[in-house]
Write a protein that binds this ligand. Structure first.
Ligand code: KG4
Ligand code: ZN
Length: 327
């Protein structure tokens, strides 16, 4: 079965062709990130205009790269939530129009659930990975733990009560004047910093919920405290130490809560997805902690960690099958 996936929840316009929910034949991503950089955050109006401008070309490119024609498409899937409403509307409207024109079924897919499904498309894990598993989604807008059943039901176990992990990376990068998006730049700075000089924590929530707003404020106060001179500046060395300590605290809490969820639900498989899952410190430390606790931890291939349409097409295929193929 050939599925066309469309993803437009934030700043990436993406279209993909996936075969039988497993094999990515193409996965085209066009990003408007350059237009948002100067604002150090996503501007919804700019994002939705960029989707309108590029969606037709991105879908055509996905078909061309997969050597498929419109008539080869069996199912069309598009992200329905969560995301920027104007951006989502572009993808959903395009998918509905195409579904009507081609007389092919169309299915709406949840973006967070799809981030976990990205692991089932990844070359290193698609053969052995099967639900049930615990899923940790760490993206720019969400931090959630799910219990994913054998039949791909996603049960929410915990979520952030304020900022998301990715959002905290972005805001800390802004405080340190390091650029946007914050995740990759903080990760790079942290490599050259040490975690001994400053300590942060994301404590404050027992159970499976998260909180990342307190640490952002702690970073702000620490940066002010360490700033010196009449221009009140902080040295690049101290910035790197703050980045390292911040990243450590975020990774500590992600590890603690996801292993707790595995323990509570007696599950030995943990699957991670979303933009922050590209972070190498998280990848290395969670994998090591998993081994110590006899839990197998999966991360998606790097290109499937960030927003993409292949994960939408892949999960859409499973949900369509589950429904018995009806519209
Ligand atoms: O899943 P995603 O691409 O978009 C949303 O659904 O939000 O995630 C974007 C988030 C941003 O906050 C970005 O700073 C973060 O993922 N991110 C990272 C890294 N790469 C991207 N965070 C930490 N380390 C990274 N290497
Ligand atoms: Zn995402």
């Amino acid at each position: 079965m050939i599925v066309l996936g469309i993803e437009t929840s934030c700043d990436e316009t993406s279209a993909a062709i996936v075969k039988n929910g497993r094999y990515v034949l193409s996965n085209i991503v066009a990003s408007s990130i350059k237009q948002h950089k100067k604002y150090q955050g996503i501007i919804p109006e700019i994002a939705s205009r960029a989707h309108i401008e590029s969606i037709s070309a991105v879908v055509e490119e996905a078909l061309r790269e997969a050597s498929k024609k419109n008539s080869d498409i069996d199912l069309i899937c598009a992200t329905s939530e969560p995301g920027l409403i104007g951006s989502l509307l572009v993808g959903i409207s395009f998918a509905k129009a195409l579904s009507f024109a081609l007389q092919k079924p169309m299915l709406e897919v949840n973006h967070l659930h799809a981030h976990l499904y990205a692991n089932l498309l990844s070359a290193n894990s698609r053969r052995q990975l099967k639900p049930p598993f615990i899923g940790l989604v760490v993206s720019g807008g969400h931090t959630c733990l799910f219990y994913v059943s054998k039949k791909f039901d996603f049960n929410l176990l915990g979520t952030t009560t304020d900022d998301a992990a990715g959002e905290a990376f972005d805001k800390v990068a802004k405080i340190l004047n390091a650029g946007y998006p914050g995740g990759p730049v903080i990760e790079k700075m942290a490599l050259k910093g040490n975690t001994q000089e400053t300590k942060f924590s994301c404590k404050g929530h027992n159970g499976l919920n998260f909180s990342f707003s307190g640490i952002k404020t702690a970073v702000l106060y620490k940066t002010k405290e360490l700033s010196t001179g009449h221009k009140s500046q902080i040295t690049s060395h101290k910035k790197k130490n703050i980045a390292a300590a911040f990243q450590k605290a975020v990774v500590d809490t992600l590890i603690e809560k996801s292993l707790l969820a595995c323990r509570i639900y007696k599950i030995k498989t943990l699957v991670v997805g979303g933009g922050v899952s590209a972070n190498n410190c998280l990848r290395r430390r969670l994998t090591d902690e998993g081994k110590l606790n006899n839990i197998k931890v999966y991360f998606p291939e790097l290109k499937l960690s960030l927003d993409n349409a292949a994960m939408i097409a892949g999960l859409g295929y499973q949900l369509y099958k589950k429904r018995g193929g009806e519209r």
